[in-house]
Design a protein around this ligand. Sequence first.
Ligand SMILES: NC(=O)c1ccc[n+]([C@@H]2O[C@H](COP(=O)([O-])OP(=O)(O)OC[C@H]3O[C@@H](n4cnc5c(N)ncnc54)[C@H](OP(=O)(O)O)[C@@H]3O)[C@@H](O)[C@H]2O)c1
Length: 269
Amino acid sequence: MTDGAGRARRWRTALVTGASSGIGDAFARCLAAEGSDLVVVARDGERLDVLAEELTAAHGVSVEVLPADLGAPVARHAVEQRLASRDRPVDLLVNNAGFGTNGTFHEMSVDREEQEVQVNALALLRLTHAALGPMVARGSGHVLNVASIGGLYPIPGSATYGATKAFVCSFGDAVHEELRGSGVHLTTSLPGFTRTEFQERSHWEGQEGLPGFAWLTAEEVARQSLDGVWAGRARVVPARRYQLLTAATAPVPPFLKRLIMGRAQDVAW
Ligand SMILES: NC(=O)c1ccc[n+]([C@@H]2O[C@H](COP(=O)([O-])OP(=O)(O)OC[C@H]3O[C@@H](n4cnc5c(N)ncnc54)[C@H](OP(=O)(O)O)[C@@H]3O)[C@@H](O)[C@H]2O)c1
C-alpha cells in the first residue's frame, strides 16, 4: 500500500496509546514516517498537540489528538468508541500506555496498584475488544499489545506490574490463536529495559546498577515490534540479547525463577 506521496506505508490509520512519551512516541514517529495517519492517546493533551504538529509538518500525515486517562472508564469509553467507528477505520491499534510501581506490595497504596491494573491490563483488554469487532468484520487489521519481558517472571518489588504484563502475554497468545484465519492478527511485544520516562515515573532506583548493554532505545523497540506485527507474529522480543535471555530462562522451573528474582531485587532495588 502506498500513500499519496508514494511511500510504502503498512497501515492507513494507527491508534497509539501512551504516545506522549517514550516507546509510544517512537511508535508514532515510525508510523508517521512511513505515511500512516494517526490517532494519538495519552493524558497529556499538550504534549500530544506538539507531537501532532511536528509529525504533520514533517510527514504530511493527519494526526488526531485524543486526550484520555485510560484508567478512567468515561475517558476510556471515548477511545473505545473511536476504535469501533466503521466510518473512520483504524487498521492498527497499539496498546502501549502503561506504568510501573515499586515497593513491597502490602505497603503501597492499593488504589495506585488498582490503577496499574486498570491502565496496563483492563484498558488494553477493552480497547482490543473495541478494535477487533470492525477489524474482523473487514477481514483485516492488526493489534499490537506492549507487555514486557517482566511478564515472563515474578517481579518481587513490582508484583502488580509483573502480573499485569503476564496478563498481557497470556491474553495476547490466546486471542492470537482465536483470530487464526480471520485476516486479523494480534501481536504481543515483550521489551527489556528501555530508556524512557518509565523508570523515573515508577520511582525505580535500580537503573544505576544496570550495565549499558542492557538498555534498549525506544526506537529499536518500536521498529522491531512493528516489523513483527506486519509479519503476523504472536510474540516479538526486541533485540537479540533479550531473545537469548528469554530462550535461556524459559526452562527454569518457577520456584527457581522466584528465588532468583527475589535475590535480584535485594541487589538492584
Ligand atoms: N521502559 C521500559 O524499560 C519498558 C520495558 C518493557 C515494557 N515497557 C512498557 O512500554 C510501555 C510504554 O512505556 P515507556 O517506557 O514508554 O514509559 P513512559 O515514557 O513513561 O510512557 C508511558 C506512556 O503511557 C501513558 N500513560 C500512562 N498512564 C496513562 C493513563 N492513565 N492514561 C493514558 N495514558 C497513560 C503516558 O502518557 P501521559 O502521562 O501523558 O498519560 C506515556 O505516554 C508501557 O506499557 C511499559 O510497561 C517499558
